[in-house]
Design a protein around this ligand. Sequence first.
Ligand code: FE2
Length: 377
Amino acid sequence: MSTTPSPIAAEQKTAEDFLPLLGTDYIEFYVGNAKQAAHYYKTAFGFQSVAYAGPETGVMDRASYVVRQEKITLVLTSSLHPEGEIAQHVNKHGDGVKILALKVNDATDAWKQTTQRGGRSYLEPKVLKDDQGEVILSGIHTYGETIHIFVERNNYKGAFMPGYRVWKSDYNPAPTGLLHVDHCVGNVGWNQMNPWVKFYEDVMGFKNILSFDDNDISTEYSALMSKVMSNGNGYVKFPINEPAEGKKKSQVEEYLDFYHGEGVQHIAVATKDIVKTVTELKSRGIEFLKVPGTYYDTILDRVGKIDEDLAPLRELGILIDRDDEGYLLQLFSKPVQDRPTLFYEIIQRKGAKSFGKGNFKALFEALEREQELRGNL
Ligand code: FE2
């Protein structure tokens, strides 16, 4: 018996997985003004125009813009009327993530497997067809008002899915080197982390691969707890945070107060060259959290030798951490809307599979400075 996992073992593992996922298919946001949000993601992050749905395509209640960069597909959707799910979502939560869509080979089976294990149905399997083929969708509820849609698109050749038309634009800012979704983090309420961990274990077959308690994630003032959930092949990772007691208000609590419920806190997107990507994003107006310059005075003692020059990392405020398998470089944006809710993480992994535990303290102190400016600490 060999102890080295073979490709066959990996395949068998997927075969035993009752919910085999091929990765993140798309992330859909409900926003106040999808036309302007799409412009922001193109201009600031370098996403490309892909598809559009709205009255011109026979969709009378909403407008949706699909933008893409490498394997990351975002859908920005606005309601055209004051009533209905989209308008109510935006009214309550502000701009935020509604759908974390997951790519599957069989959306009907994904729905059956998850609903028979206790998942609450959002969408029964539904076939959408046009002259480019067919897409099958199904969906279940997760934390807050967030939804997982299962997308089966093996028999579809079109730009996005039926109901959308190709969106060709004369305005095409260059990409910024964003490659794929690394992980998406959910913030849940007090004592709700473990119930949602159990949901991902029982309903979706995920495993808890890492846990952080309030001793790992606390500063002098505030604290949170987090458990990282991963699907069988590791393509989809959902860390779940809950607030913890501290002298002052947890950043997760601030999120819950302003999102008015549980929801997606941050989306981490991978790059192969974080210095280049962050330089580009900054030049386009994306604002990042800043750690004190002293962070860099001792960083190499903590993380050891790295391939990159330290000077540009210090200049851009990029954080570094190491685990048993390698190191990672990461940086967190400020919230991308007026409410202190959703933000982005830019991450470059150089072997490390962890989440930057060594940076938590410096990072959360930087977050607290922002919370204090908002009067929410
Ligand atoms: Fe993260």
